[in-house]
Write a protein that binds this ligand. Structure first.
Ligand SMILES: *Cc1c(COP(=O)(O)O)cnc(C)c1O
Length: 423
């Protein structure tokens, strides 16, 4: 869509014609001290709370109060299979088959459990390739895996860097790293969408070239899940992990998602760290059985999960199911395209969008680089009621999310920015 127009009227009309507009009312929008809704553009950091979440959690609190241990089997949503209620919608959101997906643990924990199975270093092939500006937790996790296996965490790490003076990764550089060092690389682990630039990588292309060189390929999709169509199954990736508290609106520190490709689903020999929740459901409570691993991603679970946190995820996933990823991504492209259009209209040399221009290479986030790392601009924006975030060294990240952000949110954000830039 390229027929964007400046002026408030355009935004108002877009909101009126938006088939997803009513979803905004299903969320609590944080307010300023005068009770006016803030312009919340940090759904990429902590998604807003659906109004229904409280009821979903209350249901479990009530069943726990009334039923005690019996809730495992007799709660309205029985706790024993509770994670199964999340699987289908979660699988749809990330473009996977249900057998490939499970909700469990937290993101970085899942990353380690995946590496326990999929990072199998040998003396000659032990290196891990990550993007130069990987999210710190991912970097720390892979460094500790290298050390855990007795390797040097500097020598073992290969960085895919953006070309000198540029922000975005390019695939020719990846190809040439793999051509020269592919035989030493055991694992490629990349952010599906980079948290800083908002660049959405081509998961399939990376997986193909990684596999051609004999590497295992995994993705951290924390910034992708609920934001873009990841098509994890078709990508062919060996595994992926993501959290549910960003675009998936499931509450601070909520449980995470995990994907293991179908081709590994029935491989009982694939080593892993296990617990009673990875064991055959039929005999789990017989207690004295030999370990018998569940097929698919479920076979990586360890513990009986925190139901209160899962209830929050269920509340959110039911909203995603009602809205549909197709409609959400369609609105998202319009909304972010509009945001980009308005920012470009400012024609101001003090800011620059570093996120890719191609809508297929980004999600909803735009990263605005500020000249001379002028953080004061971000602070003033916050004072003006725009909630975005500052990422060192010099970027303001803004994520208009299609579920609860409006075209008017975007319009007023840019108006406020304009006033501050002209100050
Ligand atoms: C948000 C985020 C994390 C956070 O990890 P937690 O284990 O949930 O604290 C890790 N990696 C990436 C890429 C992220 O975007």
């Amino acid at each position: 869509m390229s027929n964007y127009q400046a002026g408030l009227e355009f935004a108002v009309i877009q909101d009126q014609n938006d088939p997803l507009a009513t979803f905004r009312e299903q969320f609590h929008i944080p307010k300023d001290k005068d009770g006016k809704p803030l312009i919340y553009l940090t759904g990429n950091s902590l998604g807003l709370q659906p109004k229904s979440t409280k009821h979903y959690i209350n249901q479990e609190l009530e069943d726990w109060a009334n039923l005690g241990v019996d809730g495992h089997t007799h709660a309205k949503n029985p706790w024993l299979p509770y994670h199964e209620f999340l699987t289908e919608t979660m699988a749809e959101i990330v473009g996977a088959k249900p057998i490939e997906v499970v909700v469990m643990n937290t993101l970085t924990a899942n990353l380690h459990f995946m590496m326990a199975s999929f990072y199998k270093p040998t003396k000659t092939r032990y290196k891990i390739l990550i993007e130069a500006d990987a999210f710190p937790s991912d970097k720390y996790a892979v460094e500790s895996q290298l050390r855990h296996h007795g390797f040097d965490d500097k020598e073992g790490l290969i960085l895919w860097k953006a070309p000198e003076g540029q922000e975005l990764l390019n695939y020719e550089d990846l190809d040439s790293i793999l051509k020269t060092q592919g035989h030493e690389i055991a694992l490629i682990l990349l952010g599906g969408i980079n948290y800083y630039t908002g660049q959405f990588l081509d998961l399939k292309r990376i997986t193909n070239v990684g596999h051609q060189h004999g590497c295992i390929v995994g993705f951290d999709c924390a910034h992708g899940a609920g934001n873009v169509k990841l098509n994890l199954h078709d990508s062919g990736a060996d595994f992926a992990v993501w959290c549910t508290y960003k675009y998936l609106n499931s509450g601070p520190g909520s449980l995470a998602g995990c994907f293991v490709h179908e081709r590994h689903a029935y491989n009982k020999k694939l080593n892993r760290f296990t617990g009673w929740w990875s064991h055959n459901k039929q005999t789990r409570f017989n207690m004295r059985h030999e370990f018998d691993v569940l097929p698919g991603a479920e076979g990586w679970q360890l513990s009986n999960p925190p139901i209160l946190s899962m209830a929050a995820i269920k509340a959110s996933l039911d909203i995603f199911k009602a809205a549909g990823m197709e409609a959400l991504t369609e609105k998202s492209k319009k909304l972010t395209g509009y945001f980009e259009f308005l920012l470009e209209q400012l024609n101001n040399k003090n800011i620059k969008i570093i996120t890719p221009k191609n809508p297929e290479e980004r999600g909803c986030q735009l990263s605005i680089q500020v000249k001379n790392a002028n953080k004061a601009l971000f602070d003033k924006l916050t004072q003006a009621g725009v909630i975005s975030d500052w990422r060192e060294p010099d970027v303001i990240r803004c994520a208009p999310v299609p579920l609860y952000n409006s075209f008017q949110d975007v319009y007023y954000m840019v108006e406020k920015l304009k006033a501050l830039l002209n100050d």
